[in-house]
Design a protein around this ligand. Sequence first.
Ligand code: AMP
Ligand code: MN
Ligand code: MN
Ligand code: MN
Length: 280
Amino acid sequence: MAKADLHIHTLASDGKCSPEEVVRLAAENNLSTIAITDHDTYKGYFKAREAGDEYGVRIIPGVEITTDYNDRECHILAYAFDIGHSGFKQKLAEQRLIRVERSKKMVKNLNKLGFDIDYDEVLGEAGAANISRVHIARLMLKKGYAGSIQEVFDRYLGNDKPGYFKSDYTSAEDVISLIHEAGGVAILAHPGLFYLWEDLRFFLNNGIDGIEYIHPTHNFDLQKKYKTWAENFKLLISGGSDFHGRQRDYYHFGNVTVDESYADAILAKAANYKQSEMKK
Ligand code: AMP
Ligand code: MN
Ligand code: MN
Ligand code: MN
């Protein structure tokens, strides 16, 4: 059975590999289908498509959108949306600016904590990527202010830590609607990290199309729980390795996968949304 990985990051956000490298890796691992799901950007898609044609890997448009749910950052995966949709593009452009502003605020917070870093240095880490806490953390590591990226998050940049700054991201329900308008499918990312049953009910009532049941942080019990939940409500299921090119991610890549038929189901539902958008 052919395998798919529908959750992958590249240099366009906080990953370490280029889209081309990811596609080559996918081919080496016998993945038939992948989606690159960078944080708030699908910039990697075009290069990935070219490489996908070369290596015989199917590439599905994807993006992991940061949203606000109950005053928390909530990640929603969008798939198979219309790449040219202007409202969708516009939203991601806004998100990019939010990322810039919050990074500046977080640098200031870290300065107040006594760390000698400046925003331009963080930009140097990010390059052309959508800037993220990970780039700040890499700089902190380079400067010897922590022993690992994890330590930076645990002590300074994790949600509720003193260096963190919470931005006003668009609400999860509005982002779900926008994904549908763009002819795409909205999947709740790695629910095991954040959510309880009542939260899942909220997403169900607000148009979520499916849930990511396979993720490196989900044990077998969680996988079963989410799969059953999705079956009960006739939702899609999805999954992937959340590959960022970190050392540990290489153990997951090619192993934390879903059957490619799940990708087919996502595409079929997106085709329905596109049809109903055309009728409007
Ligand atoms: P951002 O997109 O700027 O909010 O940064 C969040 C990213 O940081 C996640 O997508 C992860 O890749 C990475 N990360 C690594 N460790 C942690 C952690 N302990 N808490 C939150 N994010 C983490
Ligand atoms: Mn990430
Ligand atoms: Mn995420
Ligand atoms: Mn991710």
